[in-house]
Design a binder for this molecule. Structure first.
Ligand code: ATP
Ligand code: SF4
Ligand code: MG
Length: 329
């Protein structure tokens, strides 16, 4: 089942049947009255040194997947195997050393940097937490090297976040994540808040860092242009589940799932001659509180038929990816 990304290299991160439901509490005792099924059986695989993009419309559960992997929210079930270790089975103390090799970079660098900390202290903070760089001089030297890595002049280390541009702040966040020597970065909409030209610079930087350091990325985005530029493989998410996955070129050239086709059809930069391959998904995304029965996409699918309303399609895996649709069985 989880061979849906059929990695050829080493599987650095393997997510199996991940489920993260949020309770909706009510009554005096605040008992869960219902569940928001934000992530409802997700399988993913990120190879060492490669990029997997996770895409889908707002609210489909992308951020919850990322946060669940790092246990910033507590998943309800499934397995998260990082370097072969199931992170969900670890006690918090045992999780700490793993965090060195698994870092997250968020969308809004202003919100993730403490405005009172100079760049040097923001970067050194993480190093100290892991006992890296003892002594002031060694830490300064490491911070300078990290700033050079993200193509910032080391003189920036004495600045405060508000003295930097948005792009520079995001470079500092990347340097801070790199400070502890990770093998995998989870990037959650990490360039979405930036101007297009600055976005391109940060994406270039991430690509260069991958080449230089052998980093792997789980790149969470709703921007298919970014996916095509950066990702080796892509997983498309709809209402808490993966509906299609495969090598980026195959998914863009020959999308199998009607939802992927709808996303591609709505993508502004896609070649107009290929627009006809998909019909934009109609209407609103249903609530993850009450996912539709049968195929979760049937309420919006231009190709839905009777069976789709009654039965849930399984993820069908083939050599070049997977699709959750009766039409691709
Ligand atoms: N802590 C929480 N408590 C309750 N519900 C939550 C919580 N976090 C997320 N949700 C709900 O889970 C669903 C998935 O949210 P999530 O933020 O993971 O989606 P997303 O794909 O990242 O969306 P976006 O593209 O807007 O960032 C949404 O319905 C959201 O309202
Ligand atoms: S199973 Fe049916 S409703 Fe679901 S995506 Fe396929 S055709 Fe559409
Ligand atoms: Mg999100």
């Amino acid at each position: 089942m989880n061979e849906l990304q059929e990695p050829q290299g080493e599987a650095l991160l393997r997510v199996e049947a991940l489920r993260t439901w949020f309770p909706v509490r009510s009554g005096l005792l605040l008992r869960p009255a219902a569940w928001i099924r934000a992530v409802d059986g997700v399988d993913l695989c990120v190879e060492a040194g490669r990029t997997l993009a996770l895409v889908g419309e707002s609210g489909c559960g992308k951020t919850t997947v990322g946060r669940s992997i790092l246990r910033l929210v507590e998943p309800s079930g499934g397995r998260v195997l990082f370097e072969g270790i199931d992170l969900l089975a670890l006690a918090p103390a045992a999780l700490h050393p793993v965090r060195r090799r698994l870092q997250i970079v968020f969308q809004d660098p202003m919100a993730s940097l403490d405005p009172r900390l100079r760049v040097r202290d923001a970067i050194a903070e993480g190093m100290q937490a892991f006992g890296i760089g003892v002594g002031e001089a060694e830490r300064s030297e490491r911070v300078a090297a990290l700033l050079r890595r993200v193509r910032l002049d080391p003189s920036h280390m004495d600045r405060f976040p508000h003295e930097l541009s948005g792009g520079q702040r995001q470079r500092v966040c990347i340097a801070r994540a790199l400070a502890v020597g990770p093998r995998l970065l989870v990037c959650d909409e990490s360039v979405s808040a930036l101007d297009v030209s600055i976005q391109a610079q940060i994406l270039n930087l991430l690509r260069d860092l991958q080449d230089e350091l052998g980093l792997a990325y789980l790149f969470i985005t709703h921007d298919l242009g970014v996916v095509r530029y950066l990702a080796h493989r892509v997983a498309v998410m709809y209402l808490g589940q993966i509906v299609e996955a495969g090598p980026t070129a195959r998914v863009f050239e020959a999308p199998r799932h009607p939802y992927t086709r709808a996303l591609l059809a709505a993508m502004p930069s896609v070649d107009p001659s290929r627009r006809s391959v998909g019909v934009g998904a109609r209407g609103e995304v249903p609530s993850p509180l009450h996912p539709p029965p049968g195929c979760r996409f049937h309420t919006r699918c231009p190709e839905a038929f009777a069976r789709c309303r009654a039965e849930a399609p399984a993820l069908v895996v083939r050599d070049d990816g997977a699709s959750r649709c009766f039409l691709s069985e």
